[in-house]
Design a binder for this molecule. Structure first.
Ligand code: AMP
Length: 272
């Protein structure tokens, strides 16, 4: 008879192969060159031997702290943080002549705060399929962003005979997201990030590190935050349903400190 703890309808995603989320493997930090610069570039520090590669997707609205959790998980699991936003940002500093027309167009969408068309994003990810095959596993951050992207990812993984272990969804009420983002201030020179309440600079409006003025990013203003949230709700929130239907979705409340959220993540991955 099937063991209901691993085969029943409430089975936890990670229980398929390993009941406990064992961590603390990694120290060396990969520079993710293959992901950031493309398939012609090798990673300087490839992941070491990995007894259990984790393949995770991270979902969450802007401002929930998903990027920070991706970094913490990467340090502990050894899997690289594969952020599509980081690939676009890396492309931004290239000479425009070294960018493809599709990439230039993608950067225009990004500048306006809009989503880059699926076809461009998918081409970029397909070119980097090696990173999905990596023996260290992966943490996808910012991809997929639409159901079409999720379907394409599913196809790519099936072709590679790989499957996701779980999809982490970081959830926070919109009022708290607005409070977090609208209190954020960025240094105009060194780009250090502060928060009026949780990480204030020693002197109001002045960077502790370089003494330059702090400013509020255009897209961190409350009106702009609501626009970004609407866009997120429309195109990305349906992803939760997509992955819930596949019994991969693991919800994590994103309130509290990064460490608290991280501990909650590990607990949630282990089945709560
Ligand atoms: P992020 O750092 O993930 O917030 O991404 C920054 C910007 O890059 C987004 O606002 C989009 O313009 C673009 N972008 C990143 N990933 C995707 C994606 N998967 N689909 C569409 N646009 C994306």
């Amino acid at each position: 008879m099937a063991n209901p703890r691993v085969a029943g309808p409430t089975r936890h995603p990670l229980n398929r192969r390993q009941p406990h989320f064992e961590i603390a493997i990694m120290n060396a930090k990969n520079d993710r060159s293959s992901w950031l610069k493309g398939p012609g570039t090798a990673c300087s520090v490839p992941p070491g031997p990995c007894p259990r590669p984790y393949r995770l997707v991270l979902l969450g609205a802007p401002g929930v702290g998903k990027g920070t959790q991706a970094e913490l998980l990467s340090e502990r699991l050894g899997a690289c943080q594969l952020s599509t936003g980081d690939v676009f940002r890396a492309a931004k500093i290239l000479d425009p002549c070294d960018r493809t027309p599709a990439l230039n167009q993608a950067l225009d969408f990004m500048k306006r705060g809009e989503l880059v068309p699926d076809s461009t994003v998918l081409q970029m990810v397909r070119e980097r399929v090696n990173c999905l095959r990596c023996h260290g596993g992966f943490l996808l951050d910012g991809f997929p962003r639409t159901v079409a992207q999720a379907e394409a990812l599913e196809g790519m993984l099936t072709e590679e005979k790989l499957r996701l272990d779980a999809v982490l969804s970081y959830d926070l009420p919109i009022e708290q997201i607005v409070a977090r983002l609208s209190g954020r201030r960025t240094c105009s020179k060194c780009k250090a990030v502060y928060h009026l309440e949780t990480r204030p600079p020693r002197q109001a409006g002045v960077c502790d590190q370089c003494g330059a003025d702090l400013f509020q990013r255009e897209d961190d203003r409350p009106e702009a935050i609501r626009v970004r949230m609407d866009a997120y709700e429309k195109s990305t929130a349906p992803l939760a349903d997509f992955y819930r239907a596949r019994r991969l979705l693991v919800s994590v409340p994103a309130n509290g400190t990064p460490e608290e959220i991280f501990n909650r993540t590990v607990k949630a991955l282990n089945g709560g």
